[in-house]
Design a protein around this ligand. Structure first.
Ligand code: PRT
Ligand code: MG
Length: 225
């Protein structure tokens, strides 16, 4: 189960997604003495080098990061709590909340839709989301009956064209909701990104991984203070 089969235990593969997670992880890597030598926004490469010949970064979709780490194709990675809840966390050790890429998971509806009354009256709600596990658990805990509609993106559109009554999505500034005449009616939970480590790699490569985990921990704590 070693990353990039056949490589020695000194080689480390880190899985990241492009965009906010990559950008917010760079300072943590710097704190661990690791500099990524290529920019995923301008390079088409999916495997990026660093100043340490034993450490490489692979660029994958945010929702695929836990899958690469679970199967040992990457030794460690950074993934949002939203993504980890949907994945389930199997085979993953989650040592630290890095307090990066912060946002919240929320319920939103079209401006004018009376969510409170619909819930109170026990109406059956159509809810569009990429986060079906999280949405199912949230509404089950409230005792609200829902028909979940799985989408892969642009959830904001669903209530506007009558596909759903509500959406469950991550929100940070709220600008996207406002721009689409949607209102946030319920905050489900705060979301931030965590460091995830393959459970076998943690044992086999502990000597290499432990100092990086500790540097990430120190850097993320000093940032949140
Ligand atoms: O973009 P892609 O489809 O490849 O995947 P992704 O959206 O899962 O990846 P990415 O890189 O956009 O997000 C990675 C992680 O960042 C998520 O798993 C979250 O944990 C976290 N995060 C933090 C966010 C946001 N903030 C966020 N604002 N993820 C997505 N958004 C979306 C939001 O849903 C809205 O559509 O960005 C849009 C703008 O948000 P507002 O509220 O600032 O307008
Ligand atoms: Mg995105």
């Amino acid at each position: 189960m070693s990353a990039f089969n056949g490589q020695s235990n000194s080689q480390l593969i880190l899985a990241l997604s492009k965009g906010r997670i990559f950008e917010d992880t760079l300072p943590l890597l710097e704190a661990a003495g690791i500099t990524v030598t290529e920019n995923p926004e301008t390079s088409r490469k999916l495997i990026l080098g660093t100043n340490d010949p034993n450490v490489r970064v692979i660029i994958v979709r945010a929702t695929d990061v836990p899958t690469y780490v679970q199967h040992g194709a990457a030794d460690f990675g950074v993934a949002g709590k939203d993504v980890l809840l949907e994945h389930g966390g199997e085979g993953l050790y989650q040592p630290i909340d890095l307090n990066i890429a912060a946002c919240r998971m929320s319920v939103a509806v079209k401006n004018g839709f009376d969510y409170e009354t619909a819930v109170r009256q026990g109406a059956r709600l159509r809810v569009a989301t990429k986060f079906v596990q999280t949405a199912r658990e949230h509404f089950a805990a409230k005792g609200v009956h829902v028909d979940l509609i799985k989408l892969y993106g642009s959830m904001e559109l669903a209530p506007l064209v009558g596909l759903s009554d509500a959406i469950v999505d991550v929100v940070s500034t709220g600008n996207t909701l406002r721009a689409n005449d949607l209102v946030e009616v319920e905050a489900i939970m705060p979301i931030s990104s965590r460091l995830i480590v393959n459970q076998a790699a943690l044992k086999l490569k502990r000597e290499r991984l432990q100092p990086i985990i500790e540097a990430f921990e120190r850097a993320s704590q000093s940032k949140s203070q």
